[in-house]
Design a protein around this ligand. Structure first.
Ligand code: BGC
Length: 741
């Protein structure tokens, strides 16, 4: 699809001619309507504010919003997933009404289909972004996004509020799992891949980069609370993922709901216009987050009332307001223009961008009507991709062999013929595997689960054979009586090992705020009690953020992180545990050892001046960590030259050997250390990564090619450039030194 650029020649494109002529016929009310987005629930029948089931339009409200106020965009789902047929009914009803309004412009429907079509029943749900990040596989990310686009567009919805390009640098933040983890380079590459998959697939479909920007790094770690991030740091860490995806042609951006340095981002012209438009050249649509103009006066207290808040947000640079429940925004904006506070040219600027996006999404060709229902894609086309992503994400963090039951080898893969006991609070829940934004906003209502998809215990029975699995369900709030029951069952079953589904049940946004990052005390007690029975324990974390568990980690023989792997996650975990897949997932974040001891891998030297042996940095598991069932070794790392100049590319090789008996899906991580710099350098920064396959007994030569420009950092003048001096490259803890002159 064509992106949002203007024609290079002086002549107007068909699109420009069309938009110009349409705009010239639009009333102020029609223009403001285009800038207004309501939630579906606002036009559905309700009783005492609750949507009536089965859901249907409230014909008066729908007519008022869509025909009288000419609302240009609708979002969300009326609280839960719908069948493709129901989606067709909704979209058709909306577009039929839109065709009756004065401007007759089709409505742009947007949704949060963040790990597959989250609000379409029986669709294919892959891993959440934190799990996708653990695959470090751009092509898989692209394919999963393309599958989402094909299914969501077939419902008649052409706009997705995804990907999240905020960084997950603070695991306290409840939206950590919606990110690609802590590193700017990883988030940039996977973000570009996701945008590519959404926008350049078989159907017109738009991505939204959210939430622009610095959202995930508040002081308190809680959702939508104040952040203090100097502009240099904003640009160094939080901007690259957005910049890369803007350069890749992303069609829209959603704004960060929070405040940074005392200024709500929705009112920050410097970030939304000077930086985003003038410097980064973003030409697409900027949409607010949920009710965020209203919050300028209700929550942030920077405006007296709605009208002032609206003026601030428009002046800052927003194009569309996710209002989402009333028509006050439209009224306030019309008034602001009529009294001359906001110019009609400013309104035209935003409306042009919205019409451009509607053109790119072919809404003027189709009237926004959904494609024929009989063409809804067969889900078997996408299941393989989702299942593969889940499989490649599962990360083995610990695998030891000191246990009496398995004296000679690590516990994984679980071999033999003995019974496997499966329990723990996440082992019997498909909701746990999927996380938030699944079927419902919070993702915790089993009514909307995909029929037939197995949770962990069912998948274990499928892979190990039902006769080998003994399972005992637990809920999150299990107590000592439940633990006693489990102990009795284990004693009776005498299993070869216990597989424990640990972690969290789903949450979304502020609902997941938490005062304590520690693993829940009842789960720790469960581990301690089972350990005392002298049975090997395989702990499987199904959770969106790394909860700390240092005190019980030594009691588990193996530890596996499954993240939120989606509908195919149960079988993916089982395939790693039974050894039919050689694990390849790698942590896209640093796992803290203690709740208050979190540092990202790219911390500063001064973060570790404590004079103890750990040097102040002792994570539970480091960024990039992940074990496999084979032994890979790196050797002979050498660079072609030892001195480079600014425009050069570093070239070198490293040999990667597989001494084991299984093919390795190895992840090569290239870190750089800048020895001395005018802004304190990080101890290391990830500068490149690549997956390579190494067969059993094979040695492959990895060719390193790293442009010197990739070693740049943001200086005091906020410009990004490389500073000459001494550097070291680190690949799998082998180093090579060079100089930039
Ligand atoms: C979230 C966004 C989401 C929007 C629409 C907001 O509460 O912050 O990420 O896209 O709702 O559902």
């Amino acid at each position: 699809m064509g992106g949002c650029g203007s024609a290079a020649t002086g002549e107007k494109s068909d699109k420009q001619v069309f938009i110009d002529s349409l705009l010239s016929t639009m009333s102020l009310e029609a223009k403001v309507g285009e800038m207004t987005q309501l939630t579906l629930g606002a036009i559905l029948q309700k009783e005492k504010k609750k949507i009536i089931e089965p859901q249907d339009f409230d014909s008066l409200r729908a007519a008022e919003a869509l025909i009288e106020y000419q609302v240009g965009s609708i979002l969300n789902c009326g609280n839960h997933a719908h069948t493709p047929a129901k989606w067709h009914e909704f979209i058709t009803g909306i577009q039929e009404r839109a065709a009756l309004k004065e401007s007759r412009i089709p409505v742009l429907y947007g949704i949060d289909a963040i790990h597959g079509p989250t609000y379409t029943s029986e669709a294919v749900l892959g891993p959440q972004q934190i799990g996708l990040a653990a695959t470090w596989n751009e092509e898989l990310v692209r394919k999963n996004a393309a599958a989402t686009a094909a299914q969501v567009a077939a419902c008649g919805i052409p706009w997705n509020f995804s990907p999240v390009l905020d960084l997950g640098r603070d695991p306290r933040w409840p939206r950590f799992w919606e990110t690609f983890g802590e590193d700017p380079l990883l988030a940039s590459r996977l973000g570009v891949a996701m945008v590519d998959g959404y926008q350049n697939g078989e159907v017109p479909f738009a991505a939204t980069l959210k939430h622009f920007f610095g959202y995930g790094f508040s002081l308190s770690g809680k959702d939508r609370t104040p952040a203090w991030i100097p502009e240099r740091e904003l640009r160094e860490y939080f901007l690259p993922s957005f910049k890369a995806a803007i350069d890749a042609g992303a069609m829209s951006i959603m704004v960060n709901s929070g405040e940074i340095n005392g200024i709500p981002v929705h009112a920050n012209r410097h970030l939304l216009t000077d930086l985003l438009r003038d410097e980064l050249g973003f030409k697409g649509v900027v949409v607010t987050d949920w009710a965020d103009i209203k919050y300028l006066y209700k929550r942030h207290k920077v405006a007296e009332d709605y009208k002032e808040a609206t003026r601030m947000a428009i002046e800052a640079g927003i194009d569309m307001s996710m209002v989402p429940l009333d028509l006050e925004f439209s009224e306030a904006l019309v008034e602001l223009v009529q009294e001359g506070t906001v110019s009609e040219e400013r309104i035209d600027l935003s409306v042009r961008r919205i019409l451009n996006m509607k053109w790119e999404l072919a809404l003027f060709e189709t009237g926004g009507m959904p494609p024929a229902l009989q063409n809804y894609p067969d889900k078997s086309r996408f299941e393989g991709t989702a299942a593969r992503a889940a499989l490649e994400s599962i990360t083995v963090l610990k695998n030891e062999g000191q246990h009496a039951v398995y004296p000679d080898r690590p516990i994984l893969p679980i071999g033999g013929t003995g019974k496997v006991f499966v329990t723990g609070p996440t082992a019997h829940s498909l909701n746990a595997l999927n996380g938030g934004w699944t079927g419902t906003w919070q993702g915790n209502n089993p009514l909307y689960n995909t029929p037939g998809r197995p949770h962990l215990a069912e998948a274990m029975a499928g892979h190990f054979g039902a006769d080998r699995i003994v399972d005992a369900p637990l809920t999150m709030d299990f107590d000592s009586e439940d633990i006693d029951r489990i102990v009795r069952s284990i004693k009776t079953a005498r299993p070869a090992c216990v597989v424990l589904g640990l972690g969290e049940m789903p949450y979304t946004e502020f609902v997941g705020n938490d005062e304590d990052l520690s693993l829940f005390s009842n789960q720790k007690e469960l581990v301690r009690t089972i350990h005392a029975l002298n049975v090997p324990i395989v702990g499987v974390f199904i959770e969106g953020r790394p909860r700390t568990f240092a005190d019980i980690e030594p009691l588990m023989d193996a530890v596996v992180m499954a993240y939120l792997p989606g509908d195919y996650g149960g079988q993916a975990i089982a395939q790693v545990l039974d050894g039919s897949y050689n694990p390849s997932g790698r942590l896209p974040f640093t796992w803290p050892r203690h709740p208050s001891a979190h540092l990202t891998y790219d911390h500063k030297h001064a973060d570790r001046f404590e004079p103890d042996s750990s040097g102040g940095f002792y994570p539970q598991y480091p960024f990039g960590h992940g074990l496999s069932y084979t032994t890979v070794e790196y050797s002979n790392f050498s660079l072609k030259d030892s001195i480079y100049h600014l425009g050069d590319t570093i070239r070198g090789t490293v040999e990667i050997s597989n001494a084991g008996e299984r093919t390795a899906n190895e992840l090569v991580l290239v870190f750089a250390q800048d020895h001395v710099a005018s802004i304190t350098p990080s101890v290391r920064r990830l500068r490149d990564f690549k997956r390579v396959y190494v067969g059993p007994g094979e040695t492959v030569t990895y060719d390193l090619k790293l442009p010197i420009s990739d070693l740049s950092f943001v200086h005091r003048d906020l410009k990004d450039r490389v500073e000459p001096g001494a550097f070291t490259l680190v690949i799998n803890e082998i180093t090579a030194d060079f100089k930039v002159e």
